[in-house]
Design a protein around this ligand. Structure first.
Ligand SMILES: Cc1ncc(COP(=O)(O)O)c(C=O)c1O
Length: 365
C-alpha cells in the first residue's frame, strides 16, 4: 500500500547512481590543514571513470556518432571499459573492450559480466608498448566495422564528464578546495575537475601524480605496475592532459604507492586502488608544508577491492620486489606525526585557555 506523503528515493537505472560520492577526512594537522578523500569508488562500476563514459556516450548520441543498436570499441585498462560496458547495456549498444595483460583481472571479469566483448592484445614479443598496440587494434576494429571509438585521450567529453564532480566538491565544502591531487592517465579526471572548479570561482592548485617511469611530465621512461595512470614511452600523450591547468607534477613509485594503499586500509578500513595510494602518498608528504587551514582533496579513482590479487597480495608484491615493510612504516609514521601534531595543538589550546582564565581571575581579584 502506498504511504501518503512519502516521496520514494528509488532510481530505475544504475547510471542514475553516478555521482554524489562521499568525502572522507583522512587526517588533519595541528595547524588545521586537512586531507580529504573524494571516494569515487562509490560510483556504479566502482570508479570515477563511469562519469566520463556516460558523458562520452551521451554526447556521441547527440552528435549522431552513435545510433540505436550501435557498437562501441575502446582500448582500456578496465575502469573506462566497465563504465562503457554499463552505458552500452543500458542503452542497447554492443561494446568491445581492447585490453592487454596489465589490466586488473577483476576489471576484465567485470566487463565480461556486463556483456562486453573482449579483445586481448599481447605485445610481449615486440618493442611496441601494449598500450600503443591496444590503441592500434581498437582503431582497426573501428575502421573495419564502423564502430564508434570514444578515444578517451582526446575526447573533450572525457574532461567534461567531471563537471558534476567539481560541483559536488563546491556543494559539500564550506571552504575552497585549496589543493586537488589526482593520478593522471588521460588527464580527464584531474583537469576536468580543476577547470570546472576554477570556472566556479575556486583558486585551487592542481597537483598531478604519475608513476615513476611514466613520461607525461617528462620523466625518464621505465617500468611501473600502477594501472590506469601514467603513460609509457612511445605512447603519445593525448590532448586531455591540460598542462596549462596543472600547477605541479609529482612522481610516485610503485613501492610507496602500494604501501600507502595498504596502510590506509589498515588504518581506516577502506581499500583504495594503487594510483590513489600514490596520490595519498604525495598528499601526506605535502600536507605539513601547506599554509595553515588548507583543504587538500585527493581524487580516489577506484576501489582497492579491484586489486586484491595484486596491491593487497603480499606474495604478488614480493615476487616483483614491490613489498616493503620499511615503506609501510614510513607511511604509518606520517600518519602518527599528524596525530601527534593534533594532540600538541589541542594541549596548546588548553594551556592558552588556562592562561586566559588565570589572567582574568587576577584582574578580577
Ligand atoms: C585506477 C586509475 N587511476 C587513475 C586513472 C587516471 O584517470 P584519468 O584518465 O582521468 O587521468 C585511471 C584511468 O583510467 C585509472 O583507471
Amino acid at each position: 500500500m502506498t504511504r501518503l506523503g512519502v516521496r520514494e528515493n528509488v532510481v530505475r537505472h544504475a547510471s542514475e547512481l553516478i555521482g554524489a560520492t562521499p568525502l572522507l577526512e583522512l587526517t588533519r594537522t595541528g595547524a588545521g590543514s586537512r586531507l580529504l578523500l573524494k571516494l569515487e569508488q562509490f560510483n556504479p562500476t566502482g570508479s570515477a571513470k563511469v562519469r566520463m563514459a556516460r558523458e562520452m556516450v551521451l554526447q556521441a548520441e547527440r552528435d549522431g556518432a552513435l545510433r540505436p543498436g550501435g557498437h562501441i570499441v575502446e582500448p582500456t585498462s578496465g575502469n573506462t571499459g566497465t563504465g562503457l560496458a554499463l552505458m552500452a547495456l543500458e542503452r542497447g549498444y554492443t561494446f568491445t573492450a581492447v585490453v592487454d595483460g596489465h589490466a586488473a583481472q577483476d576489471k576484465v571479469r567485470a566487463m565480461k559480466a556486463m556483456g562486453a566483448q573482449l579483445v586481448r592484445v599481447d605485445s610481449a614479443d615486440t618493442d611496441v608498448p601494449s598500450t600503443v598496440e591496444r590503441r592500434r587494434v581498437a582503431a582497426e576494429i573501428a575502421a573495419a566495422t564502423g564502430a564508434y571509438r570514444p578515444d578517451q585521450h582526446n575526447n573533450p567529453h572525457n574532461n567534461a564528464g567531471y563537471r558534476e564532480l567539481a560541483g559536488e566538491l563546491r556543494a559539500d565544502l564550506s571552504t575552497d578546495v585549496d589543493y586537488l591531487l589526482g593520478a593522471v592517465g588521460t588527464g580527464g579526471s584531474l583537469c576536468g575537475t580543476v577547470e570546472e572548479l576554477r570556472r566556479l570561482g575556486s583558486r585551487v592548485r592542481a597537483i598531478a601524480i604519475e608513476p615513476v617511469g611514466s613520461i607525461i611530465f617528462g620523466g625518464p621512461a621505465g617500468r611501473y605496475w600502477q594501472t590506469g595512470a601514467g603513460s609509457p614511452a612511445g605512447f603519445p600523450v593525448g590532448g586531455n592532459v591540460k598542462y596549462a591547468a596543472i600547477d605541479e607534477a609529482c612522481q610516485v613509485g610503485d613501492v610507496d604507492a602500494f604501501a600507502t594503499a595498504r596502510v590506509v586500509a589498515r588504518r581506516i578500513g577502506i581499500l583504495i586502488g594503487g594510483t590513489a595510494g600514490a596520490a595519498v602518498f604525495a598528499a601526506l608528504r605535502r600536507l605539513v608544508q601547506l599554509p595553515a587551514g588548507s583543504t587538500a582533496v585527493v581524487l580516489v579513482c577506484d576501489a582497492g577491492e579491484k586489486y586484491l590479487d595484486t596491491v593487497y597480495d603480499e606474495d604478488w608484491l614480493l615476487a616483483r620486489g614491490l613489498y616493503s615493510e620499511a615503506a609501510q612504516q614510513r607511511v604509518h609514521r606520517l600518519f602518527d606525526a599528524y596525530d601527534a601534531s593534533l594532540r600538541l595543538a589541542a594541549a596548546d589550546a588548553r594551556r592558552a585557555e588556562f592562561d586566559d582564565d588565570r589572567a582574568l581571575a587576577k584582574t578580577g581579584s
